[in-house]
Design a protein around this ligand. Sequence first.
Ligand SMILES: [Ca+2]
Length: 263
Amino acid sequence: MSQVALRLTSVVVCLTLLSVATGTRAATLIAFWPLEETDLAQGVVDSAGTLPPGAFPAAGVDPDVPGPPGFGSAVHFDGSGAIGAPNSINVGGSNVLNLANNFSVTAWVNFENLNGKHSIIGSTAWSFRSTGSRPHLTTFGIKDYFGDAGALTQGEWIHMAMTLDSNNTASFFVNGQPAGQDFHGAPGNTNVADFHLGIARNQGSALETMFGSIDDVRVYEGVLTVDEIQLIMNPIPEPSTVVLLVLGALAVIPATRRRRTRS
Ligand SMILES: [Ca+2]
């Protein structure tokens, strides 16, 4: 099993066990780019298996820079590009990622510069990005949701997550800790073009290119809990740990059943 497949399996196992333990229904992973590609000619794989491979641009990105510890390689964006010719990764998904609310996004980011706006992923429906030192979700034409000022830092890997619940409340998390909430009364729009990693949208005046590196970008349908976000941001558990978790869960279930049988 490849390292990426093992990591995905590990996270699924851990989230499932967490859901069983808490009695909550886990959010559903619908797109996951581990960004393990190392050559611009390679397709950018969605390990969730939902979308066909995305495409690197001809220039402006380096597909083979070190990611955060435990997450393999990452992609560096040089902040260049123009509307119509963006230096970003087109991952499609206009009919899959066009979520109006009740979704979550997570990613590792290493900003080289926090001046202005720098997008992790976006389309004409929504964009998850930075504005200055604040996490920022835009549902274009509807609402700008902001997290806490000072929550973001540059020059180091930080883990960013956002959730937009079914009441259109956005919650932000940085390195697994709450980083602000923002509210609105209407969902986002779902009439969208292709999604891109590294820009907000490829039309109008909102290119908002990433200047820095990103890795391990995930989109979920549903609202992740803070515990789930902390699991996602952790590097791959050792296989022995996963095996122990599964064996532990299997041991608990018969014991619970025996207790129920006796009572
Ligand atoms: Ca990676």
